[in-house]
Design a protein around this ligand. Structure first.
Ligand SMILES: [Fe+2]
Ligand SMILES: [Fe+2]
Length: 136
């Protein structure tokens, strides 16, 4: 059972962005699947977490590049959300790699809830702007 099933509610109607969001959702589900096993493989968990951090940062750059090129009015607030989440997941990865914290229910809830809220509320808000600027 995926912890975060992909659904049309998560689609913005911008192909390249939807593709990236879908990739992130898939990795969160992969992480959940591995952690649900009787004996999760630490290497697999670390690899998924690392790929999630890398891909998330690249995804944020893709969005922020459009904001900057076209002067998106809500850039500052949007970047604040991206930066706060980036710090959190880097912290999660660092602690996991240092062996000081495991990826548990709390971390999974953070990933799922943050991404759901961010896509459905914060990213969704830029759709008319992106379309207006020919970015969709
Ligand atoms: Fe996004
Ligand atoms: Fe975003």
């Amino acid at each position: 059972m995926p912890i975060m099933p992909w659904s049309s509610a998560l689609e913005l109607g911008i192909a390249k962005i939807d593709e990236q969001h879908h990739w992130l959702v898939d990795r969160i589900n992969d992480l959940h699947d591995e952690l649900s096993k009787p004996a999760p493989d630490r290497k697999v968990v670390g690899d998924i977490l690392e790929s999630l951090v890398d891909y998330t940062m690249n995804h944020f750059i893709v969005e922020e590049d459009v904001f900057k090129r076209h002067g998106y009015p809500q850039t500052e607030a949007h970047l604040a959300e991206h930066n706060a989440f980036t710090s959190k997941i880097i912290g999660l990865l660092d602690q996991f790699q240092a062996g000081t914290a495991d990826v548990g229910d709390e971390a999974m809830a953070l990933l799922k809830n943050w991404l759901t809220h961010h896509i459905m509320d914060v990213d969704k808000a830029y759709v008319p702007f992106f379309k207006d600027k020919g970015e969709a």
